[in-house]
Design a binder for this molecule. Structure first.
Ligand code: MSP
Length: 642
């Protein structure tokens, strides 16, 4: 294994608007990774910051009637405040308007210029101010930018160009030879396909007359640096490139985290810039998906589906928001997020699984051993499995985290929590307590549970930095050496005899009234009810509008990251359809295949957790039970149900 050094970066965020959930998610992932690497003994450096030049920012300042510098100062501070609210502990915060950054941008430009990789030319192209880059015809959807929905502006002007095309073959080979350079693999393939055709040269300047807000080119004051060429260099300017100690120590270990919309600048512009400037290439680029609204649609103010992570953090605490986002969204995939899903995750994993384990353990130590952690005897029966799983956990979690499978890492920790809860059921301490000859056995069981909780508290710290302290407080553990990564690799290091602390419920159950939003049609009818309209009789014509059909289930599978949902392929007549149904807690996928169910066949398709559903199953439900409406007898799929 290589040196244990870790450098993690987030994109530097544009300060034209306030921080939102997309920024928060990436920064939480970075903070999780930084904390875990620090815990595991890596020399870690975590950089975030703000991107403060360019046309977009200049326009925003102007719209606000503010001087650009005053505007960016104010907005950049809002990002720093936001990160405090989510418990983000970065080592450095870079701003592209800082002198330390501007100096490096000019040095690198000069180097690339001297290498003969910059020339002056006339450029004509389609520019998207939202993306701050020229888009190719191929990238447009119906003549518009796919990310911003705007028609790009035609631009023709004299710009300096960077010979990016010159390095295309080199980059393509580099990516082919380094399979982990861009992750997940889908994005690596996307980049390889971009590089299979000419990428052209990159326009790297703007005339100062038109865009005065930027860093002047060192050899031509009439032009300022293009914002992406400027911004990407933050990753090295923050390390005091070229001769900083930090640069030498951290740079080659850099992991960049980005969103998929800024793949091209990071995967194509950036490595070729580095190559030309004679700077080694970063270690890896990690591409995250997009967070969607609770309805599975792109968040937008007009749809009213914007989820505010800071408001959620205020309501439920930052740790809950962090855990929810890390646990529910497999890194690299798009996924819907929302308050109802957060509450569901909270109740299941935190209030139930972890909260119960802690309160049961502390209560029993209090009741059966007067509040002192007892001394264990020799392990027997189910102890062996608990101990074996505990001792395997750190390695499992480590390898999942290093592969950026954060959801899986948290699942592994919760599997262990589940194991510990099951251990309570298997050993039935309350029964042991009734038999004085079983006192030692009871002591062993309760000791093992306290030790399991110590190990769990260390594992969850990177995701939920505030919670471990509370768990340790209740177990009465204060010795810091019991909270190192090394110390969790061995079961049984917790000293007996510690006095437990005051018992408190750390995750009270939330009896929520928030409902998961789905199709907008449903929302409207919900709204109606809310406004006081009474349920009335409906006419036969109204009923006839609902097209109910018999459907045969052909396939059924679980949906990654959505514990309640199953994805079904059903046959209705000659047609095959995909339906997402919230029945995973009640049916196993294999039980469903071959069943004839009843579906609403003319429901407007909707996306649930990002997966399209083209219909709805009928089911009877009461309290916790859900039973599907099925059809008995010889009737073909597609038959109408009246
Ligand atoms: N300033 C550039 C980055 C320069 S890095 C040298 C920029 N800034 S941004 O503020 O517009 O976006 C920052 C990041 O937020 C991008 O990685 C983008 O993908 C991410 N997100 C914006 N909306 C998002 C979601 N809804 N979901 C997840 N991430 C998204 O681009």
């Amino acid at each position: 294994m290589g040196e244990r050094v870790f450098y993690i970066t987030t994109p530097i965020y544009y300060v034209n608007a306030d921080p939102h959930i997309g920024h928060a998610y990436t920064t939480i992932v970075a903070d999780f990774l930084a904390r875990w690497h620090r815990l595991a003994g890596y020399d870690t450096h975590f950089l975030t910051g703000t991107d403060e030049h360019g046309e977009k920012i200049a326009q925003a300042a102007q719209k606000n009637n503010e001087d650009p510098q005053a505007f960016v100062d104010r907005m950049s501070a809002r990002f720093r405040d936001a990160w405090k609210k989510l418990n983000i502990e970065y080592d450095d915060f870079i701003r592209t308007t800082e002198q330390r950054h501007k100096k490096v941008v000019q040095q690198v430009l000069q180097k690339v210029y001297e290498a003969g990789d910059i020339y002056f030319g006339e450029y004509e192209g389609l520019y998207c101010v939202g993306c701050e880059r020229f888009l190719t015809e191929k990238e447009l959807v119906n003549g518009r930018c796919p990310d911003h929905g705007t028609v790009p502006e035609k631009r023709k002007e004299g710009n300096y160009f960077f010979r990016m095309e010159k390095y295309r073959e080199w980059l393509r080979n580099y990516i082919m030879e380094n399979p982990d350079f861009i992750r997940p693999e889908g994005y690596r393939n996307e980049v390889l396909s971009m590089l299979s055709e000419p990428v052209g040269d990159l326009s790297i300047s703007r005339p100062r007359k038109r865009v005065p807000w930027g860093i002047p080119l060192p050899w031509d004051e009439e032009h300022v640096t293009y914002v992406w060429f400027d911004a990407l260099l933050n990753y090295v300017s923050a390390l005091d490139y070229p001769n900083g100690e930090k640069f030498d120590r951290y740079w080659v270990h850099a992991w960049h985290l980005i969103g998929k919309d800024i793949l091209k600048p990071h995967a194509v512009f950036w490595p070729t810039m580095l190559k030309s400037a004679g700077i080694p290439i970063y270690k890896c680029l990690n591409v995250g998906g997009f967070l969607l609204g609770p309805d599975g649609k792109k968040m937008s103010k007009s749809l009213g589906n914007v989820v505010d992570p800071f408001a959620l953090a205020e309501k439920y605490g930052p740790d809950v928001v962090r855990y929810y986002l890390l646990r529910d969204l497999p890194y690299g995939q798009d996924g819907a997020v929302g308050e109802a899903a957060l509450v569901e995750r909270y109740n299941a994993d935190l209030a139930n699984d972890l909260g119960n384990l802690l309160s049961r353990t502390v209560t029993m130590i209090d009741k059966f051993f007067g509040g002192y952690i007892p001394s264990p005897g020799l392990p027997e029966g189910p102890d062996h499995e608990l101990i074996a799983q505990a001792e395997m956990l750190p390695d499992t979690v480590e390898s999942l985290i290093r592969r950026l499978e954060l959801t899986e890492a948290l699942k592994a920790i919760w599997k262990f929590i589940g194991r510990a809860n099951k251990y309570i059921d298997e050993t039935a301490p309350w029964a042991l307590a009734k038999d004085p000859s079983k006192k030692e056995r009871l002591a062993t069981v309760l000791y093992n549970l306290a030790e399991a909780l110590r190990i769990i508290s260390v594992h969850i710290w990177p995701a939920m930095p505030n919670i471990p302290g509370k768990i340790r407080g209740q177990l009465g553990i204060s010795d810091e050496s019991l909270f190192t990564w090394e110390s969790v690799k061995r079961f049984g290091v917790l000293p007996a005899g510690l006095r437990i602390g005051e018992k408190k419920i750390i995750f009270p159950r939330i009896e929520s009234t928030v409902e998961l939003k789905t199709a907008s049609k449903e929302e409207k009818s919900e709204g109606k009810k809310g406004s006081g309209e009474k349920a009335e009789f409906i006419t036969i014509d109204e009923f006839a509008k609902v097209d109910l059909r018999v459907a045969e289930v052909l396939e059924a599978s679980r949906i990654e990251g959505a514990d309640k949902l199953l994805k079904l392929k059903v046959k209705i007549g000659d047609e095959e359809r995909q339906i997402v149904a919230g029945i995973a807690k009640h049916y196993k996928p294999e039980e469903l295949v071959g069943k004839k169910v009843v579906v609403v066949a003319n429901l407007k398709p909707a996306k649930l957790r990002g997966v399209e559903s083209q219909g709805m199953l009928l089911a009877a439900s009461s309290k916790e039970k859900v039973v599907l409406v099925t059809v008995e007898g010889d009737i073909e799929p597609g038959a109408k149900v009246k």
